[in-house]
Write a protein that binds this ligand. Structure first.
Ligand code: ADP
Ligand code: MG
Ligand code: ZN
Length: 476
């Protein structure tokens, strides 16, 4: 039988508020363990939570940016479970009445069009602490700096069909959060993380199959690989006449497999109930409108603007605006060197390739917009050829130096002087008498060969147009 995959994602996004969600402690990442703590976020008896208005504002921003419906009234609930990183013995979350429901985002579809992915709900909750298990130490350690850091949980409809769509959805969602400047979107550090629910069903069927939930993926690539593995695994189970067991599975990036963590029988009963320490959250329409008016330009709007203002293809605009940092980088380059399509080509080609090889984000690029614009300027005024530009680009990336400096240091200035080119061209012709004879006998294609040889002899520095001209003269 032919099966199709059905995927729904639960995403957790850490909010960039200054303080935690229910106390005044700093929500910043990276401090000495247990220095950002107080009686509230360490769960001392008698302490009382006070809701952070900024966290609510950020949540509303995301709700509006995803066309979600903001609930006029939502509730905070206690999700009860015991774990050493959870000092209160419960997590404050939202359950029955979440902050927002029924939203959607747009992702690219396989046929080049667009696809809407539904967002079931967006709710607010607090993060737990962090445990450290170091084999070399006699104890496990806990850091409560993260307890009480505000999170948004964004639950998608089971609208995704392939690992690629799941990764695309995550990229779109992360871009929105970054454009809103409410989450840094760092998957490695865990400020943007996802659990993936996946099931199979016969193609054409409308009912959902039994799902598994996959955890522990901290990059887009891992999400794709884990889902691909899990789909294949479920396919084998079904093909061999078995049944998928509903369970939570952990992705093991080293082994490249998912492994069962806990089954449904061991699933928690969280005994949710409304938190008696927090009043229901009533959001008035006027506040929502104020926030709506203050929303920044979002990825899709920026993409449209790029197509209009810079006259670049929709594809280019999509790639560049998919990340706020990349779009900022692009706009700065175009400001310095106003040839939008050329700038787009260098960014989408060489820059993204080098960053990918290094697993770096554009924010960490050793090559600045000033560098790229400088190099394009040298190309434009004929100081360097397009071929040399590739070398200069890589050198700039490797060394962090500017184009001018590299060209000077390595003597890469283009040879545009006819006299200087005559000698290498004559040598090439002398050294290849058979090819010259063949060319003159009608093998026109050999012309490219001669050009190539001259470029090689001049380490790519010859001006190609000039080489063409001289060769044509000499060979005719
Ligand atoms: P829970 O709270 O137990 O994780 P939810 O019903 O809230 O369960 O669903 C969580 C996620 O799982 C949602 O993104 C939803 O779209 C997805 N989901 C639910 N059922 C299925 C299924 N059969 N196959 C794939 N995804 C599913
Ligand atoms: Mg779940
Ligand atoms: Zn605190």
């Amino acid at each position: 039988m032919e099966y199709e995959a059905v995927i729904g994602l639960e995403v957790h996004a850490q909010l960039l508020t200054g303080s935690k969600i229910f106390c005044n402690c700093s929500a910043a990442f990276g401090a000495e363990p247990n220095t950002h703590t107080c009686p509230v976020c360490t769960g001392m008896p008698g302490s009382l939570p006070v809701l952070n208005r900024k966290a609510v504002e950020f949540a509303i921003k995301l709700a509006l940016a995803t066309d979600s419906h903001v609930a006029p009234l939502s509730l905070f609930a206690r999700k009860n479970y015991f774990y050493p990183d959870l000092p209160k013995g419960y997590q404050i979350s939202q359950y029955e009445l979440p902050l927002a429901v029924q939203g959607s985002v747009e992702i690219p579809s396989a046929d080049g069009g667009k696809k809407r992915i539904g967002i079931t709900r967006i709710h607010m909750e607090e993060d737990a602490g962090k445990l450290f298990h170091d084999e070399a130490k006699p104890f496990s350690y806990v850091d409560f700096n993260r307890t009480g850091v505000p999170l948004l949980e964004i639950v998608s409809e089971p609208d995704l069909r392939t690992p690629q769509e799941a990764a695309d959805y995550l990229r779109v969602l992360r871009a929105i959060l970054q454009y809103l400047e409410i989450c840094d979107g760092n998957m490695e550090e865990g400020s943007f993380r996802c659990d993936a629910n996946v099931s199979l069903r016969p193609v054409g069927s409308k009912t959902l199959g039994t799902r598994t939930e996959v955890k522990n993926m901290n990059s887009f690539r891992h999400v794709e690989r884990a889902l691909a593995y899990e789909i294949e695994r479920q396919n084998e189970v079904l093909e061999s006449g078995g049944a998928v067991v509903q369970e939570t599975r952990l992705w093991d990036p080293q082994k490249g497999i998912t492994e069962a963590m806990r089954g449904k029988e061991e699933a928690h009963d969280y005994r949710y109930f409304p938190d008696p320490d927090l009043v229901p959250l009533a959001i008035d329409a006027q506040w929502i409108e104020e926030i709506r008016k203050g929303l920044p330009e979002l990825p899709l709007q920026r993409k449209e603007r790029f197509i209009q203002a810079y006259q670049i293809p929709e594809y280019d605009a999509g790639v560049i605006t998919a990340s706020k940092a990349l779009a900022d980088y692009y706009e700065e380059c175009v400001r310095l060197f106003p040839e939008p399509k050329q700038v787009a080509n260098w960014i989408m080609g060489d820059l993204l390739r080098l960053l990918k090889e290094d697993e770096k984000e554009v924010e960490e690029s050793p090559l600045s917009p000033q560098h790229l614009a400088g190099m394009l300027g040298l190309m434009k005024d004929g100081t360097i050829s397009g071929k040399i530009a590739k070398t200069v680009f890589e050198e700039m990336y490797k060394t962090g130096k500017g184009a001018q400096e590299i060209v000077k240091e390595q003597g890469l200035v283009q040879i545009t002087d006819e006299e200087a080119l005559t000698k290498p061209i004559d040598e090439v012709l002398q050294n290849n008498p058979n090819e010259v004879a063949a060319y003159k006998g009608g093998k026109d294609k050999l012309f490219g060969f001669f050009v190539g040889q001259v470029m090689k002899a001049t380490q790519g520095k010859a001006n190609p147009q000039l080489v063409n001209q001289i060769l044509k003269k000499k060979l005719s």
